[in-house]
Design a protein around this ligand. Structure first.
Ligand code: NAD
Length: 322
């Protein structure tokens, strides 16, 4: 029997790469998405392909998937600060009601359930690098809380379904991931810097740029998520690349890789923006045998090539949804 997976948020950046990968491995895929922050373009190449089915629906409402399901990958959620600050209630609703419905689906089908959680559960961390034992430093009423607390609640709900409802669950805490299919205007640092560098605009670094990020290429993140999906480990487990750099260095690297001479301009830093971010990936390595393999130079080059093609076709504005 062919394995069948449901991917919520499957028309988003990361979800669409997971759909690709599952299908390539011979798994049938049901993609559930309401295109709130994702796009039909991300899965256009899969429509009509045997084993792929798209169900357009809002996960916070009624969800029904006919037939057997072996795996539920729950990714539906706004994920970029620009999106979740614009969609605060929608973000909290998909983290709470959406997660409840996705867990209910996994329970009904006796499927393994994977929650795509985030490094943002660590907030502005007081412990560095961040290991899974760290409980985090999140402001529950700050602007970012709509995302951070939604994910913390989703982790609690997932744990409760495991302990009291017997669902086979796994929690993956994903760190900053980048790659093709990010939207040029989604507000995250890498697409912003690439778009600015490719169009000759100043690269807008927030604060003095000394805050750090650790960036993971999408193929590595997708492999990590699927490694957890194939295991019975409950997690939480960090998936990310521990290669840490300052945001200023990231901007300069992207500028160099694009061959741009655009200046760097410094703008205000968002409220509660984390000062440091680096995953401790010991658990992922020792328990799951997973480690990232794509160096940032290679991943950034592939991403820049994709953006250059996108911006060259004039599709960038359409991709913003504006
Ligand atoms: P994305 O915005 O590209 O994808 C999210 C998808 O969820 C979109 O297609 C959107 O339309 C869909 N969605 C949102 N609300 C929905 C609803 N109510 N019903 C149905 N579909 C809905 O974001 P992404 O970067 O691909 O992130 C995917 C997941 O991974 C998110 O859960 C995010 O929290 C998590 N994550 C991503 C990163 C990263 O760096 N990309 C880091 C940590 C965690």
């Amino acid at each position: 029997m062919t394995e069948r997976a449901v991917v919520t948020g499957g028309a988003g950046f990361l979800g669409s790469h997971l759909c690709d990968r599952l299908l390539a491995e011979g798994t049938s895929v049901v993609c559930i998405d309401n295109f709130l922050t994702g796009s039909p373009r991300n899965i256009a190449h899969l429509i009509g392909r045997p084993g792929f089915r798209m169900i357009e629906c809002d996960l916070t409402g009624f969800v029904h998937v006919p037939g057997d399901v072996d795996l539920v990958l729950h990714l539906a959620s706004a994920a970029s600060p620009v999106d979740y600050l614009k969609l605060p209630v929608e973000t909290l609703k998909v983290g709470s009601l959406g997660t409840l419905h996705a867990l209910g689906l996994a329970r009904e089908k006796s499927a393994r359930f994977i929650l795509a959680s985030t490094s943002e559960v660590y907030g502005d961390p007081l412990c560095h690098p961040q290991s899974e034992e760290y409980w985090g430093n999140v402001n529950p009423v700050g602007p970012r809380s709509v995302y951070d607390e939604a994910k913390r609640y989703a982790e609690a709900l997932t744990t409760a379904y495991r302990n009291s409802r017997g669902v086979d669950t796994g929690i993956v805490r994903i760190f900053n991931t980048y790659g093709p299919r990010m939207r040029p205007y989604d507000g995250r640092a890498i697409p912003t810097f690439i778009r600015q560098a490719l169009t000759g605009q100043p690269l807008t670094v927030t604060g003095d740029g000394s805050q750090t990020r650790s960036i993971c290429y999408v193929a590595d993140t997708a492999a990590g998520v699927l490694t957890l999906a194939r295991d019975d480990f409950p997690g939480p487990v960090n998936i990310g690349n521990p290669e840490e750099m300052t945001v200023l260095d990231l901007a300069k690297t992207i500028r160099d890789l694009t061959g741009s001479s655009a200046p760097i301009s410094f703008v205000d830093r968002p409220v509660d923006d984390p000062a440091v971010r680096r995953p401790d990936t010991t658990l992922a390595r020792d328990r799951l045998g997973w480690r990232p393999t794509v160096p940032s130079g290679d991943g950034l080059r592939r991403t820049i090539d994709w953006f250059a093609a996108e911006l060259g076709t004039g599709d960038a504005d359409r991709a913003t949804g504006s």
